[in-house]
Design a binder for this molecule. Structure first.
Ligand code: PEP
Ligand code: MG
Length: 570
């Protein structure tokens, strides 16, 4: 029995059997072939295999996700079936080139040709053709990727990194644990695992090598451990812990349907974070009082081309309708940094977290932003949609966004299109600049939402995904806590609602501080809604304030953590 350690990214106990999912490396040695007929047969067999596999995936996608998404895959089949392209590949094989090289050369030529057009739609075909090339190469090399949608019940997925597309293929009830080699508490793999309520331990060194297919493991997502081949005692303790957590969930049910109040009756709002319109259903089922953060970049990341105004409108409208009039804060496109979208044409930057991302990108690309803002305004006729701007650093950015929105409102007035004229427009406070300017920003914002994930990173000048500086990445740092307190005070003084949608909003240890500072809205992952309501309910304002006063006198993250922990254990 061995125990591996990593980051406790999604709480819960998962007992199951390992399946290592590695992105296949498609490297091969170039060869000259003499039996060109046999090589052509091998080539065609690979294409047939690719077509059959892709068609099966497309059918499944059509059933589980929708016909439009499935079209992307059937489009790949049409591409590789092109007789001209296949003819060019055959010609190369006839000349003694091996199938892998013939495929790669012709696909690369086509991709370069598409890319050179400069036309966005045609350039997208370059990405498609590279996908096709990868798929057929995988067939030739016999390295077809594992289809996660087909894994059996009780699977613990072990992978280098959990990508959004992998996550999209997980069927509920099949995967009981996730172990990755990279990522931190606030990486998108962690956020996705929590959203799916699957226990996850991230950043386990060499997990893909250390864990073999079929081995039994216990994933403790709360502690951040993976026990390999657990002995009977460990197994039964894990089972007990799992039962205890289930009982706790049962206990929390008494908070269903209750208002979110402190022990002395102060009302706050408790919302949930979502990544896709459909996630709003789970949020409502988990008794969230609204949506405090809809990360729209997933809509863009899950698509191979830019979603049109109508497509975005439908997505936002769908989410708003699910929320049935409850508030839904939709964050405009937050890409760049760690979130790349191939068709958006990002250029390489040495320091992308400090670079051309989020609102900076959107304000420079009005063509992209206009589509999203118009879609949001149209959808605002169907619910209490509020628009939130990410990574704001200065007042000018907010006024620029507001000017654009006013302009699109005027367009709709001329066109007679319905929208909510009083739509609220707010800022995410997730940079030190915004935190320091909170009083001024409050004059141009209808609300704030504190993004503690980024605010922690930018305040501590450390990248949340960088293992070597992770020791600095902690919201318990007094610098971060002071910053948060200033933002809440400034927002409250200006009379606007101040919320928090970073992961710290659901941290029960920190909740007394948020209560004391006067946070008005908490937005947490759906699975944490009831636990957060219970944690807020534990504290009266006076108790929380007295406690916070003590905490805010401390000068290190470790001291803060120790003090908070003591209270929890009392
Ligand atoms: C944050 O930074 O706290 C946040 C909620 O946004 P994201 O994690 O998507 O950057
Ligand atoms: Mg952020």
């Amino acid at each position: 029995m061995e125990t591996l350690e990593g980051i406790n990214a999604s709480a819960g106990i998962g007992i199951g059997h390992v399946l290592v999912v590695e992105e296949p490396t498609l490297e091969y040695e170039s060869r000259t072939v003499s039996d060109t007929e046999a090589e052509k047969q091998r080539f065609h067999a690979a294409i047939d295999g690719y077509v059959a596999y892709t068609q099966a995936q497309a059918d499944q996608m059509a059933e589980q996700v929708g016909p439009k998404e499935a079209e992307i895959l059937t489009g790949h089949i049409v591409m590789i079936a092109d007789p001209y392209m296949q003819g060019e590949m055959e010609k190369l094989i006839d000349g003694g080139t091996c199938a892998e090289d013939a495929l790669s050369q012709i696909c690369d030529n086509f991709a370069a040709m598409f890319e050179a057009t400069g036309d966005e739609l045609t350039m997208q075909r370059a990405t498609d053709i590279r996908d096709v090339k990868g798929g057929v190469l995988a067939e030739l090399l016999n390295k077809r990727p594992v289809d996660i949608s087909l894994v059996p019940q009780g699977t613990v997925l072990v992978t280098h990194d959990l990508t959004p597309s992998m996550t999209a293929s997980i069927r509920p009830g099949t995967v009981v644990g996730i172990v990755t080699e990279t990522g931190g508490m606030t990486s998108h793999s962690a956020i996705l695992a929590r959203a799916m309520e699957i226990p996850a331990v991230l950043s386990v060194e060499n997990a893909c090598k250390a864990l073999a297919d079929g081995v039994q493991v216990v994933v403790d997502g709360g502690r951040g451990t993976v026990t390999v081949e657990p002995d009977p005692d460990v197994l039964s303790a894990a089972q007990k812990e799992s039962d205890r957590l289930a009982a706790r969930q049962e206990e929390l049910k008494r908070f269903v349907g209750c208002r979110t109040v402190t022990a002395d009756g102060t009302r706050v709002e408790l919302f949930a974070n979502i990544g896709k319109p459909e996630d709003a259903t789970q949020a409502m089922e988990r008794d969230a009082e609204g949506v405090g953060l809809f990360r729209t970049e997933f809509l863009f990341m899950d698509s191979t081309s830019m979603p049109s105004e109508d497509e975005q409108f439908e997505a936002y409208k769908k989410a708003a309708l699910i929320c049935k009039g409850k508030p839904i804060i939709i964050r405009t496109l937050d890409i760049g940094g760690d979130k790349d979208i191939p068709y958006m044409g990002f250029e390489h930057e040495d320091n992308p977290f400090m670079g051309f991302r989020a609102v900076r990108y959107c304000l420079a690309r009005e063509d992209v932003y206009r589509i999203q803002l118009r879609a949001l305004l149209r959808a605002s006729a169907f619910g209490d949609i509020r628009i939130m701007v990410p990574l704001v650093t200065c007042v000018d950015e907010m006024t620029a966004v507001r000017d654009l929105i006013s302009r699109y409102m005027a367009e709709f007035d001329n066109e007679g299109v319905a929208y909510n004229k009083d739509i609220q427009i707010g800022a995410m406070i997730e940079t030190p600049a915004a935190a320091l300017m909170a009083d001024e920003l409050a004059k141009v914002c209808d609300f704030f939402s504190i993004g503690t994930n980024d605010l922690t990173g930018y305040t501590m000048a450390c990248d949340r995904g960088n293992d070597r500086v992770r020791y600095l990445y902690s919201t318990y740092n007094p610098a971060v806590l002071r910053s948060i307190r200033n933002v809440i005070t400034a927002g409250n003084e200006a009379g606007i609602l101040v919320g928090m949608c970073g992961e710290a909003a659901a941290n029960p240890l920190l909740i007394p501080l948020w209560v004391a500072f006067g946070l008005g809205e908490y937005s947490v992952n759906a699975a944490s809604v009831l636990a957060t309501r219970a944690a807020i309910n534990r504290w009266s304002l006076d108790e929380a304030k007295a406690f916070a006063e003590r905490i805010m006198e401390l000068s290190t993250a470790a001291a803060v953590y120790e003090e908070l922990k003591k209270i929890e254990e009392e």
